[in-house]
Design a protein around this ligand. Structure first.
Ligand code: ZN
Ligand code: ZN
Length: 353
């Protein structure tokens, strides 16, 4: 099996590039396993340099065996200048290298063609290997436990902020390193805010409560949304819930290898539009998860990607009726050779009666 760096080198060769400068933190971590806050990778066909400052030299050698560790000079371009061959074509990460650092490269190092590249490593990251899937499964198992905890803990009188705080404490005690994003807890009329932050609002009987949360476990993120109803659901609440669930089930049944990501989004959207709520599902259906909470591929109408075995993505349709309330249901799936495996197992009919 090719290593991550070898797979990247194949892409470089195809694009006629001599090497690549990696400045994105998560791409650096993915390729080298180095976790320090400062550093860059310079990868050539026959060399792999990890450049970092004095504070991290020992740590880099421990975390990234096989990499040639180079101390970053001042200015940093002096280090790159010593490593780069004249008249070479070197890629840089257009979405990560700042404009001022790019200017320094061009000004300080002559005779090199700098080529802007987007998403090269992100594309490799979109298909997870066995170790990444193991970590993701564990992160998702923790959020499943969190969902069960919510079911036992949610009650009238608690504020949204208190719910978010209690949930985070619980997950950290269970082994999560921390939250993978600030938890979303929205209740009652606020449940129509797709990305609302927890407020001082206190839960009352009859509320819809949407909780969207995730943890980091060994560097990998989970993401789960459950919608709870406090007390016996009203008929319009049940109808909305069943609609969103039907949309999600349609998408889950369709997702698999070789399927266009955009068509999975369209399948869920069609269910909601047919019921007359098309205008109230304004976000995309899902996104990849891994080292980052949102990564490629995206399940959206504008996506040009095709799902492939090893991709781990969320499927999260929602309907949000301003003033009345909303429902979102989010699960994480792994695309397999045969189809898909739903990784999150938290119950979906999680009404709190
Ligand atoms: Zn989420
Ligand atoms: Zn999500």
């Amino acid at each position: 099996m090719l290593t991550r760096v070898e797979r990247l080198r194949e892409h470089l060769a195809q694009k006629n590039l001599t090497g690549i400068l990696i400045t994105n933190y998560h791409n650096r971590l993915y390729l080298s396993n180095f976790t320090g806050s400062e550093g860059l990778l310079f990868i050539l066909q026959d060399k792999a340099y990890l450049c970092t400052d004095f504070r991290y030299l020992e740590q880099a050698a421990q975390e990234a065996p096989g990499w040639e560790i180079v101390k970053l000079d001042r200015p940093w371009t002096e280090t790159v200048r010593k490593l780069v061959e004249p008249r070479s074509r070197v890629a840089f990460e257009a979405e990560s290298l700042t404009w001022s650092r790019y200017r320094e490269l061009v000004q300080d190092i002559s005779g090199v063609e700098w080529v802007a590249e987007k998403g090269l490593v992100e594309k490799l990251r979109s298909r997870k290997d066995a170790e990444e899937i193991r970590r993701l499964r564990e992160a998702i198992r923790l959020t499943d436990e969190g969902a069960l905890y919510l079911q036992s803990m949610l009650k009238p009188g608690l504020s949204e902020k208190e719910v978010a705080l209690e949930l985070e404490f619980y997950l950290r005690r269970k082994g999560a390193v921390g939250p993978s994003f600030p938890f979303i807890v929205v209740s009652g009329p606020r449940s129509s805010l797709p990305h609302g932050q927890p407020s001082e609002r206190r839960l009352v009987p009859g509320d819809i409560v949407i909780v969207d949360f995730g943890v980091i476990y060994e560097g990998y993120c989970s993401d789960l949304t459950r919608t709870f109803i406090l007390g016996p659901p009203r008929s319009e609440q049940t109808a909305l819930y069943e609609l969103v669930l039907a949309a999600q089930e349609r998408a889950l049944a369709l997702a698999g290898p070789g399927v266009a990501a955009a068509s999975v989004d369209a399948a869920a959207r069609e269910v909601i539009a047919k019921a007359g709520y098309g205008d109230y599902f304004g976000h995309s259906l899902g996104h990849g998860v891994g080292l980052e909470i949102h990564e490629t591929p995206h399940l959206s109408s504008s996506s040009t990607e095709e799902l492939q075995p090893g991709m781990v993505v969320t499927v999260e349709p929602g309907v949000y009726l301003p003033g009345a309330g909303g429902v979102r249901i989010e699960d994480v799936i792994l695309i397999t050779e045969q189809g898909r495996e739903v990784l999150s197992q938290a119950p979906k009919h999680s009404f709190v009666l």
